[in-house]
Design a protein around this ligand. Sequence first.
Ligand SMILES: CC(C)(COP(=O)(O)OP(=O)(O)OC[C@H]1O[C@@H](n2cnc3c(N)ncnc32)[C@H](O)[C@@H]1OP(=O)(O)O)[C@@H](O)C(=O)NCCC(=O)NCCS
Length: 161
Amino acid sequence: MCKVTGVVINRQVLTVETKGFLHISPAEERDVIAVKEIADRHRVDFGFIPRVAFYEAVDKGWLLVAKVDGVVVGFVRFRHRRDKTTTLYEIAVANHIKRQGIGRALIYRLIEHARQHNQLDIKLKCPVNLPANHFYSALGFELVRVEKGKRRELNVWRLQL
Ligand SMILES: CC(C)(COP(=O)(O)OP(=O)(O)OC[C@H]1O[C@@H](n2cnc3c(N)ncnc32)[C@H](O)[C@@H]1OP(=O)(O)O)[C@@H](O)C(=O)NCCC(=O)NCCS
């Protein structure tokens, strides 16, 4: 690992706790295998996501990846809806590197991306029992309501942009 500590967002370098060089960028096709691997390891959190969903997201520019020293360690998949809401579908960070600010950096980059597309808010649904709910709360998302999902209850979170 190199010594530089930072995350590049629009050419600005923000400090994070990781020891490598963190870069957040739109995913390319070659990143999909690594993204899918991380997604599969979090299947209990957000279910099965077919590979094609990630390729489609790459095409649309709706998949951001976090890389440390060039290796994919996290991703966020989303959609900018025409009604000006951005839907966050999944976010995940590799287990060995959790709680080092990478999820936060992905959300910051998503916020920036959504603002550039004139979106008004970011919304997502998260099963009520997941620790990720603390993450959304820590990042300033507001709990809108609790919904009955197909298999479990879901918190609906919203971040106004
Ligand atoms: C949710 C997730 C993406 C967060 O990524 P991360 O890189 O570990 O999170 P960060 O280090 O950026 O955390 C930022 C803040 O969120 C909060 N937070 C993150 N994970 C948390 C946890 N498990 N429990 C409590 N608070 C948590 C903390 O306040 C943290 O700041 P701190 O470490 O300074 O206390 C990651 O834990 C993950 O991949 N989870 C499994 C997949 C998942 O559940 N996705 C969401 C489905 S709805």
